[in-house]
Design a protein around this ligand. Structure first.
Ligand SMILES: [Zn+2]
Length: 294
């Protein structure tokens, strides 16, 4: 299969993380004197989207929050996210006259740079929020390293957790394998996906997940690309693979799995009988890439 690779959304950016500066609070403070800084309020991984500017709300003076989190630099500009608590978030919503909303709603309205920054600050915020207490001793965690490290009362350290997940375009000749979960929007189909388990390679994970979800054995597993997916903490590892058999058997995880030929899928999409994942997902890249390939 000859599939052209298109840009994976959220992954093209100019931001430099300058990760060595995170633990140098004094140096960051010093830099603020000579650099412009941008502060983004974030609440439960959400931002305030401003239609007028095709951007999320941000400003040049800091917000009151537990710890401002240094994201990095875009050129000479320092970027911070500010995780707000309930009270701070509600006060800001009142002040701005808009509510915090999910990135899913406005992802496609942002340019590459802003889309990446929104996704990055979302992932960082959700990790901090979901780890208020130390998993080793149960005492309260505090943010250090400008939000990139959590430290409990007994000095146990924690760094952001990422959960690797595989997502696979399985093909056989002119057909591809798509499935749907119960509870998805009517007629929505996508490529199959699942989480990598402890002790498993990603290639093994691809084979196991596809077999479990559809009874299809695959070979020729090829890496396609990756996409950070903080909903809440995944990293999507995208692959293509070829099927050895065609007899689908659906397990409990999915409501339906089917083979679609290119022509069938193109017609069904056109007629609205089937919908696929939104343009900002790597699932979309895989499906559309396959439809356009020969
Ligand atoms: Zn601890």
């Amino acid at each position: 299969m000859n599939m052209a690779k298109k840009n994976i959304y959220f992954s093209s950016y100019k931001l430099d993380r300058f990760s060595h500066l995170r633990e140098r609070a004094a140096q960051l403070e010093e830099m603020k004197k000579t650099h412009d800084a941008k502060y983004i309020p974030v609440y439960h991984g959400r931002h305030i989207y401003m239609d007028k500017h095709s951007s999320f709300y941000r400003r040049s003076n800091p917000f009151e929050c537990e710890s401002e989190c240094f994201l990095g630099m875009v050129g000479d500009q320092m970027w911070y996210s500010c995780p707000l608590n309930d009270q701070q978030a509600h006060a800001l919503e009142k002040e701005v006259g808009k509510q915090f909303s999910s990135l899913r709603r406005y992802a496609l309205k942002l340019n590459d740079e802003l889309a990446h920054i929104a996704l990055y600050s979302r992932g960082l915020d959700l990790w901090q929020r979901n780890n208020k207490f130390c998993p080793k001793c149960g005492t309260q965690n505090k943010m250090t390293w400008s939000g990139h490290k959590l430290l409990c009362e007994n000095n146990h350290e924690q760094f952001p957790h990422i959960e690797p997940a595989i997502i696979v375009l399985v093909t056989k000749g002119d057909k591809c394998l798509l499935g749907r979960k119960a509870g998805w929007p009517t007629n929505a189909y996508s490529v199959l996906a699942g989480f990598v388990e402890p002790g498993e390679t990603i290639e093994e994970s691809v084979k196991r997940e596809i077999l479990e979800e559809s009874n299809i054995k695959v070979h020729n597993v090829r890496y396609y690309g990756s996409q950070p997916w903080p909903f809440p903490a995944a990293l999507m590892l995208a692959f293509t693979a070829e099927a050895e058999n065609e007899d689908i058997r659906v397990d409990d995880e999915l409501e339906d799995v089917q083979w679609f030929t290119r022509q069938q899928l193109q017609e069904m999409l056109k007629e609205g009988y089937v919908t696929i994942a939104p343009r900002y997902t790597v699932a979309h890249n895989l499906i559309v890439g396959w439809l356009e390939s020969s």
